[in-house]
Design a protein around this ligand. Structure first.
Ligand code: ACO
Length: 322
């Protein structure tokens, strides 16, 4: 039984910060036009002091459950993709489970940086197909504002905070081909150094900050994402014309546009949030899904192609019939 995306939800912290406001606040030598031209980012949301990834994730999960018309009784497990957990342990997933009042099933975090949501979706779908669960909350929750080097203008302007979630539940009789058709995961650890957070017990001992060789990442992004989407479509005997919506990881508008061109999809069939959310890492795809299902762009029956690349390097794609 495949997993069906039954509900989507999102949460963005209240404070939004424009490029100009960020430059002034952090004393950065940058400009709105530089950031918009290179990345498409116009603003981002930042968590309040004391706000946690789990608190944001709980809000996103409640939103997803409400859209699905489900309750915590429908939740057999929580998987959270995050690079900014509340603590090393308990996992952010366990904290979200507790906060929601779910008292059974499993909860664990998964680390695949910006590809985390695709990885988590794949794991949840496999567990549903194996009969280990019928309903799984798949969450991306990130507070990158706590792991940025504010003296590095090449990275600190790129990220924002937020959480997104979906309820993945087992397909029911009569739902046809609704649900996840396939997921495709990749990693190549040889390129780990070009995008990393240099913290943890084996390194600085502290949380660390984002370090990135931007041009290198850009190069890998375009080629690896292109091959992942081709792989996903070929695995299902589908072509570019079958895709109703591309919901890409929101790192950079130039990467997103390159993928749209590759699929021969006009930008009005690509869900874009990077202008308002910036890069929210593992939260970016579920936040985009929450927006586009609520405003009526993604409708039941639509074929939606998701893709992401992030630290690891990790990358992947998922194809879902809504
Ligand atoms: N404002 C003004 N100038 C800047 C800024 C800034 N915010 N950041 C860098 N610069 C300057 C640099 O100092 C450099 O100046 P110099 O020539 O005097 O040395 C110049 O701009 C060019 O720097 P590059 O790093 O080569 O800039 P580039 O054109 O590559 O753009 C960017 C940087 C936007 C990060 C680009 O490399 C990119 O889009 N990379 C893709 C990676 C990405 O999006 N990562 C997001 C996280 S990873 C992920 O989610 C997949």
């Amino acid at each position: 039984m495949r997993g069906v995306i039954a509900g989507t939800g999102g949460y963005l912290p209240a404070r939004s910060v424009s490029n100009d406001a960020l430059a002034a606040e952090k004393n950065l030598e940058t400009s709105d036009s530089w950031i918009v031209e290179r990345t498409g980012i116009r603003q981002r949301h930042f968590a309040a002091p004391g706000e946690t990834a789990s608190a944001m994730g709980i809000a996103a999960c409640r939103d997803a459950l409400a859209q699905a018309g489900a309750t915590v009784d429908d939740v057999d497990g929580v998987i959270v993709a995050t690079a900014t957990p509340d603590s090393a342990f308990p996992s952010t997933a366990a904290r979200i489970q507790g906060g929601l009042g779910v008292t059974r099933g499993f909860a664990f975090d998964l680390a695949a940086a910006c590809t985390g949501f695709i990885y988590a979706l794949s794991v949840a779908d496999a567990m549903i197909r194996a009969g280990q669960a019928r309903g799984v909350l798949v969450v991306g929750a990130e507070i990158y504002s706590r792991i940025l080097d504010w003296s590095d203008r090449g990275t600190c302007v790129l990220f924002g905070d937020g959480a997104g979630a979906v309820l993945l539940r087992a397909a029911q009789a009569g739902e046809g081909d609704r649900g996840l058709l396939s997921t495709h995961l990749h990693a190549d650890g040889r390129h780990g150094d070009i995008l990393q957070v240099d913290g943890g017990a084996g390194s600085t001992g502290g949380t660390g900050v984002v370090r990135m060789a931007g041009r290198e990442v850009f190069k890998h992004a375009v080629t690896k994402l292109a091959s992942a989407v081709d792989e996903a479509l070929a695995a299902n005997g589908l072509g570019y014309d079958d895709v109703a919506w591309l919901v890409p990881h929101q790192a950079n508008i130039r990467i997103i546009e390159a993928m749209g061109r590759k699929l021969h999809l006009p930008l009005d069939r690509v869900v874009v949030t990077v202008d308002r959310h910036a890069n929210t890492s593992a939260a970016s795809i579920p936040l985009a899904l929450a927006e586009a299902t609520r405003d009526g762009r993604i409708k039941q029956g639509d074929l939606v192609l998701m893709e992401a690349i992030g630290g690891g390097l990790t990358w992947g794609a998922a194809l879902a019939r809504f």
